[in-house]
Design a protein around this ligand. Structure first.
Ligand code: ATP
Ligand code: MG
Length: 543
């Protein structure tokens, strides 16, 4: 394409004045550069990018909030609180925009919605649903593993192979200046010597700056103020606080078994049927079978494994139909699961793990959702200890399992508490003299936080008394040197995990009782939840 063609195209395009001036300047340079020069190539690529951007294109929003809610309801089962929050956000945003008000940043003001929760709970697909609800274009920007600032903001044009950054590319892909842009996995953004992508994101999300966002490659102001940004994350721990400040957090904690069965039959099964070119007339899966899949074949907060299992069953059904090994309609019952999926992968672990003294079942929250963890206490034999190079300075507590500082301190506190108060609980305190080893599996996963305190006290008590802990009991709570139980986070995720793992009694800190309001009734009726203020209450009931 010659310089003349570019001049014609730039003049014909609907561009903001500043953009047209810049583009014409580049066309001038192109006219003066020689046909074969590399510079000519760079200019052409730049002009193509500028001409492809939707400078003046905006879609018009669906302003009917009731209709928006209907779209959200049609796309996802349950999640009522989350949908409420999204609808409120859209309502406020819509009103502000209508009145020509700026969408101000800062926590709670509705600048950026962040969906936070374990894998497979629907964060990414909710983001898409918001775009549908608003009737806007949707683009996903995958941030997982982005370490280079230039990924966000582009490379300067002098750089060989320079490209615009992901934000500019997203706008180009959307074809409108007001899409919903999903900043997916914002917790997985890293930083290294190539600059800090989080700082660039901060600028993207800051309403005071983002109407003149500058990409290094484009070197033109891009107005991002009409973009709806939605972020997703598994955990908040790795998100820089400056970014967190810009976000309005919405937690998705995971599903109960009832939820999973309902999601499977209303959403996952129909989608997988379509994928396998089957219909509900060809094959049905009993609710009881779906429930068994949720319980014994998967162990997850979300429904991703569940969807995979359904896909696997349907592929086998399709094959059987094709080979005349089965005849439509096929009905998949609980008894058939073994044939389709093999042996159940998950059986309750707790009875086996807690069969020996010194093991107690705790509850934790990881990036994968809530989970049970088995804290093990043991007393190494003295002969082993005497090989230690310096006996006097050898710590009396060996800790393994990649514990963080706070968790290590919890272990020290648990041991000190029992050395001082153990006799009140039938513990012969002399058994706690000398070396003690405390391990928190799985050894390869780093873990931290104070909420394992009560579990450590219970495991140590079990070790010292030789009595195994009841296998159906789980617990969570920080403990003080006097045995007070202090509140912890993640109650809902932990209780969901306790139910998944087949526990029946769970001790939580008394001060976490208000959190039970957010816990689904299904979980509350399945579990005997006991709020406690002193670890003695746990020790009285756990054996
Ligand atoms: P990750 O953190 O791993 O990215 P995610 O939360 O983004 O996970 P999605 O990919 O959005 O998970 O969800 C997994 C699948 O489960 C999607 O196909 C989604 O549509 C479906 N799904 C999740 N929750 C629901 C729900 N409540 N109703 C219907 N479908 C759901
Ligand atoms: Mg996702």
């Amino acid at each position: 394409e010659g310089a003349d063609d570019y001049r014609t195209r730039v003049e014909a395009a609907e561009l903001p004045d500043a953009v047209r001036d810049a583009a014409l300047r580049e066309v001038g340079k192109l006219e003066r550069s020689s046909e074969q020069s590399p510079e000519g190539g760079w200019i052409r690529t730049w002009l193509d990018t500028v001409l492809e951007l939707p400078w003046n294109d905006k879609t018009s929003d669906r302003t009917d909030i009731t209709a928006a809610r209907e779209v959200l309801d049609a796309d996802h089962h349950g999640l009522d609180d989350v949908k409420d929050r999204i609808v409120e956000y859209l309502a406020v945003r819509g009103r502000r925009a209508e009145r020509g008000m700026e969408v101000v940043g800062g926590r709670g003001s509705g600048a950026v919605l962040a969906l936070v929760g374990p894998p497979g709970v629907g964060k990414t697909s909710l983001g898409e649903s918001v775009a549908r609800a608003l009737d806007r274009k949707f683009v996903r920007v995958a941030l997982g593993g982005v370490r280079d600032e230039a990924e966000i903001r582009g490379h300067r044009r002098t750089y060989v192979g320079a490209l615009p950054g992901r934000i500019v590319r997203a706008i180009k892909e959307a074809g409108s200046m007001n899409p919903v842009v999903l900043l997916d996995e914002i917790d997985k953004v890293g930083s290294d010597f190539r600059g800090d992508p989080a700082a660039a994101l901060l600028e993207v999300l800051d309403p005071a700056q983002n109407h003149t966002f500058r990409d290094h490659y484009l070197e033109l102001d891009l107005d991002l103020s009409d973009v709806v940004f939605i972020a997703t994350a598994n955990t908040l721990e790795t998100i820089p606080s400056a970014l967190l400040d810009r976000m309005e957090l919405v937690a998705l904690d995971g599903y109960t078994e009832d939820d999973k069965v309902a999601i499977a039959s209303t959403h996952l099964l129909p989608r997988q049927l379509e994928r396998a070119a089957l219909t509900a007339d060809d094959v049905t899966i009993d609710d009881a079978a779906l429930r068994e899949m949720a319980g014994d074949y998967t162990r997850e907060a979300g429904v991703r494994q569940m969807e995979r299992m359904i896909g696997k069953i349907l592929r086998k059904v399709a094959t059987n139909l094709a080979m005349d090994k089965a005849e439509a309609p096929v009905r998949v019952t609980v008894e058939d699961l073994h044939d389709y999926l093999g042996r159940p992968r998950f059986t309750p672990e707790s009875p086996e793990r807690t069969a020996v003294p010194g093991v107690a079942t705790g509850l934790a929250v990881t990036g994968m959702g809530g989970d049970v963890l088995f804290i093990e206490a043991a007393k190494p034999t003295t002969t082993l200890q005497s090989t230690s190079a310096d006996k006097d300075s050898a710590p009396s507590l060996t800790l393994t399992g990649q514990l963080g500082d706070v968790m290590k301190e919890s272990a020290q506190i648990a041991l000190s508490y029992l050395r001082a108060h153990g006799s009140e609980h039938g513990v012969d305190v002399s058994t706690l003299a000398g070396q003690i080893h405390l391990h928190v599996p799985a050894g390869a996963t780093p873990k931290d936080g104070p909420s394992a305190g009560v579990t450590m006290v219970t495991a140590l008590t079990s070790l010292a008394t030789g009595r195994p802990v009841r296998s159906d009991v789980g617990m969570t709570g920080e403990v003080t040197l006097n045995g007070r139980v202090l509140p912890i986070g993640g109650v809902k995720q932990k209780l969901l995990a306790a139910q998944r793992a087949g526990l029946t009694t769970v001790f939580i800190p008394q001060r976490n009782e208000p959190d039970l309001e957010d816990v689904p009734d299904e979980v509350k009726s399945a579990l005997d939840i006991r709020p406690v203020s002193d670890v003695a209450q746990i020790l009285d009931a756990a054996f």
